[in-house]
Write a protein that binds this ligand. Structure first.
Ligand SMILES: NC(=O)c1ccc[n+]([C@@H]2O[C@H](COP(=O)([O-])OP(=O)(O)OC[C@H]3O[C@@H](n4cnc5c(N)ncnc54)[C@H](O)[C@@H]3O)[C@@H](O)[C@H]2O)c1
Length: 244
């Protein structure tokens, strides 16, 4: 019960890594807000054992983010944990990438992180307590990936955002950290197909794709007071992929 009675918002938690984080937080006793643009939030909410809320929220829209934060505070009275997990990774060669392809990825991954954080931080400052966890990626943060120029730019942006915000919010007892996953099996990556899956697997020193629970376990640690001395960090979980 590392998160007993904490109030946590997890964006993009209708499936994949976000869903695993929402369920892990609930197992640790947190009250959980399942948030996504899709109706899958209602299915995930059924699996949550603690008090919960399901809120439709498009993170790229500031008004959605603000509405979500206000609704959470009016139900639970506070917000202790925000996980900026919602993200998209539509593969596209740079030569074919349009301005709207670029804007879409930046608006969800980077501006979405800004929007939700901006909506939630005033409450955390008032409480003098908060944990913000940004799900970035090894792509953009540590290495480049072809056909993901927009995505890598957004993830590098989230990483810089994490480091700078950690310094500004430290006086308010708010920790801001990031997790940079390597390849993780999720509905989003399963569309890559068997060949890509096997190629990645062979390239990973631990010879396995990460599971959403690997990221969820790390998120529990960063959301708990066991990590209270850690802020402004980006923690890689990738089976050793970028260590080679
Ligand atoms: N899976 C991986 O290998 C991997 C690796 C590194 C980083 N990541 C990051 O982890 C996060 C989750 O990835 P995943 O693989 O679980 O993805 P996924 O595609 O399986 O799930 C992403 C969820 O985000 C939601 N979403 C998309 N746009 C949204 C928006 N505008 N507002 C709110 N929700 C929105 C989707 O509906 C979906 O439920 C992303 O930020 C991704 O960049 C994933």
């Amino acid at each position: 019960m590392k998160l007993k009675d904490r109030v946590a918002i997890v964006t993009g938690s209708g499936q994949g890594i976000g869903k695993a984080i929402a369920l892990a937080f609930s197992r640790e006793g947190a009250r959980v807000v399942v948030s996504d643009i899709t109706d899958k939030i209602y299915e995930v909410q059924k699996e949550i054992k603690t008090e919960s809320l399901a809120i439709k929220c498009d993170v790229s829209k500031m008004e959605d983010a603000k509405k979500m934060a206000d609704e959470v505070v009016s139900k639970f009275g506070r917000i202790d944990i925000l996980v900026n997990n919602a993200g998209i990774y539509p593969f596209k060669p740079f030569l074919e990438m349009s301005e709207s392809d670029w804007d879409k990825v930046i608006n969800v991954n980077l501006k979405g992180t800004f929007n939700c954080t901006k909506a939630v931080v005033p409450y955390m400052v008032k409480q003098r307590y908060g944990k913000i966890i940004n799900i970035t990626s090894i792509a953009g943060t540590v290495v480049g990936f072809p056909q993901l120029v927009h995505y890598c730019a957004s993830k590098a942006g989230q990483t810089g955002f994490t480091r700078a915000l950690a310094l500004e919010l430290a006086p308010f007892n708010i920790n801001v950290n990031a997790i940079a996953p390597g390849p993780i099996v999720t509905p989003g990556t399963q569309v890559l197909g068997n060949e890509a899956y096997e190629n990645f697997r062979r390239a990973i020193p631990l010879q396995r794709w990460g599971e959403p629970e690997d990221i969820a376990n790390l998120a529990v640690f960063l959301a708990s007071d066991e990590s209270k001395n850690i802020t402004g960090q980006v923690i890689v979980s990738d089976g050793g992929y970028v260590t080679q």
